[in-house]
Design a protein around this ligand. Structure first.
Ligand code: ADP
Ligand code: MG
Length: 272
């Protein structure tokens, strides 16, 4: 059986890729659920106005619900808007609502506009010890994504094993360097996860090889296969971990979670 511990400082992941439809949200909720199953206390912050992560975690996010919008724009404490997810007693979600769509513009005139999430999260963590925070970002580099980068300790990039997979990646790396320089020197690109992998196609294999060549340390050994069960789960308000725990997608996301958890442990043991 896997033996993982969560005794280090809180790890805050931002799931980033400026492309839409590459598996950001799917990765955020399934890695979160799998880590919770392993015993970690996990908070997912839904920063995408579409609210797909909130849906997949079975958390209410209609327009009358208090959401991360009220935290970023209205100064509500994060603790006030966080909801438990029915997925697991270890799993919590700060939902997004459609109001968040206006936040990109409303934030422009706010004081400390790049640090709002970081400040709110630090206040929350001081009272609610949490092992892992996972921030699901919209597919753009606006103030919401910049808030996520500023609050995070690690970046996780999901890469879809398809044409143009690497397109936009150098821009993303440039953005990360810019954030490191000006807003968050501690931010690390720690993890790359290959998603929607179809082993039957040569193309998917070529993309995987190319990404591994460029990022030998960051790419997880685990690859997430393309699987209908993964895409069905959200319509039941569930992750695939709960929806069909024996399916190939659930097994793969569990393995990815074990790798992610294990990497922090190795670093701690090295004394980093
Ligand atoms: P993003 O958040 O980057 O826009 P999503 O996670 O929403 O991407 O994924 C885009 C679409 O692909 C969704 O319909 C999702 O259900 C589907 N999808 C994601 N991962 C898989 C997978 N491993 N197998 C099959 N479908 C997937
Ligand atoms: Mg998404």
């Amino acid at each position: 059986h896997v033996n993982v511990r969560f005794d280090g400082p809180t790890r805050v992941f931002t799931i980033s890729n400026q492309k839409g439809g590459v598996g950001k949200t799917t990765t955020a909720v399934n890695v979160a659920s799998a880590l919770a199953e392993l015993g970690a206390k996990v908070l997912v912050i839904d920063l995408d106005p579409q609210g797909n992560a909130s849906t997949a975690l079975g958390v209410a996010h209609t327009s009358d619900v208090q959401s991360i919008y009220d935290v970023l724009v209205g100064d509500a404490p994060l603790a006030e808007i966080v909801q438990p997810s029915p997925e697991s007693s270890n799993l919590f979600c700060a939902p997004s609502t459609i109001h968040l769509a206006g936040a990109e513009i409303e934030l422009v005139s706010q004081v400390a506009r790049e640090h709002r999430l970081r400040t709110a999260l630090n206040d929350y963590l001081a009272v609610h010890p949490t092992d892992v925070v996972i921030i699901d970002c919209p597919p753009s580099l606006g103030l919401l994504t910049i808030n996520a980068f500023t609050a995070a300790t690690e970046v996780l990039i999901p890469i879809q094993c398809e044409y143009y997979a690497l397109e936009g990646l150098s821009q993303l790396l440039g953005n990360i360097r810019m954030i490191q320089k000006h807003l968050n020197p501690e931010l690390q690109l720690s993890t790359i996860l290959l998603t929607m992998f179809d082993g039957r196609t040569r193309l998917a294999q070529q993309v995987a090889e190319e990404v591994r060549e460029h990022f030998p340390h960051e790419v997880l050994d685990t690859v997430i296969p393309r699987s209908v069960r993964v895409s069905e789960a959200p319509s039941f308000g569930q992750t695939v971990i709960t929806y069909d725990g024996q399916s190939v997608g659930a097994v793969a996301y569990r393995e990815a979670a074990v790798e992610i958890a294990g990497r922090a442990m190795t670093d701690n043991e090295k004394g980093h």
